[in-house]
Design a protein around this ligand. Structure first.
Ligand code: DAT
Ligand code: MG
Length: 149
């Protein structure tokens, strides 16, 4: 089982898409093992997006991600990292396939509703930024016997 990090960004929360997005994760058969709603601080935002420090859009990205609450999650399941990336869709919602979260709900690269870790290494790094071990719950769901062979 793999763990990945996912975040419903401020636009997803403001647009009333928390339920929709959690629903898609649940319906896929994935297991949410940590979840928290909070306003991201400037420091956490800069660490989360450290790889983009030099980009021209970095300032507006930090302003946006700290502008309103987010919902952070650790999502667990087989191939959870790539499954959540596929579910999110391409970075620019205009390129994202319909059926993906960004493809179904977005129109602007700066308002693309969700963040999902792009590799196992990124997932570990991001989980450590947003959660402590005490936030994580270990359990199994009865349905998993019907999700996995
Ligand atoms: P992703 O979120 O798909 O992993 P990324 O890591 O390349 O994409 O970029 C992080 C976020 O930065 C992205 O979700 C939206 C924003 N962003 C990326 N490219 C951008 C651009 N050209 N203009 C404005 N914002 C951009
Ligand atoms: Mg990224």
């Amino acid at each position: 089982m793999e763990q990945t990090y996912a975040m419903i960004k401020p636009d997803g929360v403001q647009r009333g898409l928390i339920g929709e997005i959690i629903s898609r994760i649940e319906r896929k058969g994935l297991r949410i093992v940590a979840m928290r709603m909070y306003r991201i601080t400037d420091d956490v935002a800069r660490r989360h997006y450290a790889e983009h420090t030099e980009k021209v859009f970095f300032g507006s990205l930090i302003d946006f991600i700290t502008s309103s609450p987010v919902v952070s999650m650790i999502v667990e399941g087989e191939n959870a990292v790539s499954v959540m990336r596929t579910m999110s869709g391409a970075t620019n919602p205009n390129d994202a396939a319909f059926g993906t979260i960004r493809g179904d709900f977005g129109l602007d690269v700066g308002r693309n509703i969700v963040h999902t870790a792009d590799s196992l290494e990124s997932a570990k790094r991001e989980i450590a930024i947003h959660f402590t071990d005490a936030d994580v719950v270990e359990y199994t769901k009865a349905e998993e016997a019907w999700v996995y062979e």
